[in-house]
Design a protein. Structure first.
Length: 319
C-alpha cells in the first residue's frame, strides 16, 4: 500500500508534501469549495470570494513525479453555487472528473502526476472567468523524480498572479477587462510595504542564496512579464519542466493559466530586489513583490502572509 497524505486549509501552511523517496506513492488530497470573505489589502478591505479550502489563492499542493493523487472534492451544501476542480498537471477524464458539482455533492478520482513542473489548478464551473476572478485558483508543484534535474535552491516562494475586480458579481466587467487591481497571492502589494498604503511584508533571503520562485499566472485575462529589478533570472524553466531551461533571462512572459520556475542567485551584498510584472499598469495596481536581502533573513513558508477567509457557515469551514 502507498502512503497517504492529506491537505487541509491551514493558513500559510497548507502544503501537501510527499516524502523525498524514489518510488511512486499514493497521495491523498481532500479539498472543498468555500464561499467566504477574504482580506485583500493592508487596510483590511474585504472581498466576497469563492475559494479552495478557505484560502485565496488556494493552498499549495506538492507531489513528486510519478505519484498517484487520490483526490476528493466537496462542494458543501451551505454553498450557493456549483464549483469544480481543473488540475493543469493532470491528464484525466475531462467530462467526468472536471464536471461542476452542485452544493451538497462530492467527487473522488485518482490521477497520476506524469510530468514535472509548476502548474495552475482552478475551478472550471460556468462562468469560469468569475470563479477564477473570485479566487478559485492555486498552484501545484510536481517535483521531478530525478532530484539532480535542477540546481538545489536555498529558498523557495510561490507567487500566484491574478486580477481583482471591484464588484465580484459584475461578470461583464470581467469580460471587458475592467479590473481594479492585479495581485500576487491574493493581496494588493502584499509583499510591498513601499507602495502599499497600509501593511505589506517583505519576502526575505540571505546574500549568496539561490532563490527559487514558482510563478503561476491565474489570469483570468492578462499576460505577465515577470522581471526582477536590478537582477536577472539565472535560470528559467517554462512550466517548471527541467527540459525547458533558459539562462540569463531579463523578463519572462507567462500567459494566463501558464507558469514557470524562475531562479535568481543573489550577490553577497544586502539590499532589496523588486519583482514585478513589467506590464506597468498591472505592477502599479498591486503586482509588486520586494525581496529583502539580509544576513538576518527569516525563514518563511512557500506562500507567506496569506490569511484564511471568514467562512460564512461553520459547516463549510476547512478542517
Amino acid at each position: 500500500m502507498g502512503k497517504y497524505w492529506k491537505c487541509v486549509g491551514l493558513a500559510g501552511a497548507a502544503v501537501l508534501a510527499a516524502a523525498a523517496v524514489a518510488e511512486a506513492k499514493v497521495v491523498k488530497l481532500d479539498m472543498q469549495a468555500v464561499e467566504t470573505e477574504v482580506v485583500v489589502d493592508g487596510a483590511g478591505t474585504t472581498y466576497s470570494a469563492w475559494t479552495f479550502n478557505n484560502q485565496f489563492p488556494g493552498p499549495v499542493i506538492r507531489v513528486q513525479q510519478g505519484d498517484t493523487v487520490d483526490f476528493t472534492f466537496t462542494n458543501p451544501a451551505t454553498n450557493t453555487r456549483p464549483h469544480s476542480m481543473d488540475f493543469h498537471a493532470a491528464q484525466t477524464d475531462f467530462l467526468n472528473h472536471y464536471k461542476a458539482l452542485n452544493p451538497g455533492e462530492s467527487l473522488q478520482y485518482k490521477w497520476e502526476a506524469k510530468e514535472p513542473g509548476i502548474f495552475v489548478y482552478h475551478c472550471g464551473a460556468s462562468p469560469m472567468i468569475q470563479h477564477l476572478s473570485r479566487g478559485m485558483m492555486g498552484a501545484i508543484i510536481v517535483d521531478p523524480k530525478d532530484t539532480a534535474a535542477m540546481p538545489k535552491a536555498d529558498r523557495e516562494y510561490v507567487l500566484v498572479q491574478s486580477e481583482l475586480f471591484k464588484d465580484p458579481d459584475d461578470v461583464d466587467a470581467m469580460f471587458d477587462r475592467k479590473y481594479a487591481n492585479v495581485v500576487f497571492n491574493g493581496g494588493v502589494f502584499r509583499y510591498d510595504p513601499v507602495h502599499s498604503t497600509s501593511g505589506g511584508d517583505f519576502l526575505e533571503a540571505k546574500p549568496g542564496e539561490r532563490v527559487r520562485f514558482y510563478f503561476v499566472n491565474a489570469g483570468p485575462n492578462n499576460f505577465s512579464a515577470v522581471h526582477p529589478i536590478a537582477e536577472l533570472w539565472e535560470d528559467v524553466w517554462e512550466s517548471g519542466n527541467p527540459a525547458n531551461r533558459l539562462r540569463g533571462v531579463q523578463t519572462f512572459m507567462v500567459p494566463p493559466a501558464g507558469a514557470a520556475i524562475m531562479d535568481m542567485v543573489l550577490d553577497k551584498g544586502e539590499g532589496v530586489i523588486p519583482i514585478v510584472t513589467h506590464s506597468l499598469t498591472d505592477a502599479l495596481r498591486g503586482a509588486i513583490a520586494i525581496l529583502k536581502v539580509s544576513k538576518d533573513a527569516k525563514d518563511l513558508p512557500l506562500m507567506p502572509f496569506v490569511p484564511q477567509g471568514n467562512v460564512k457557515s461553520a459547516s463549510a469551514d476547512a478542517k
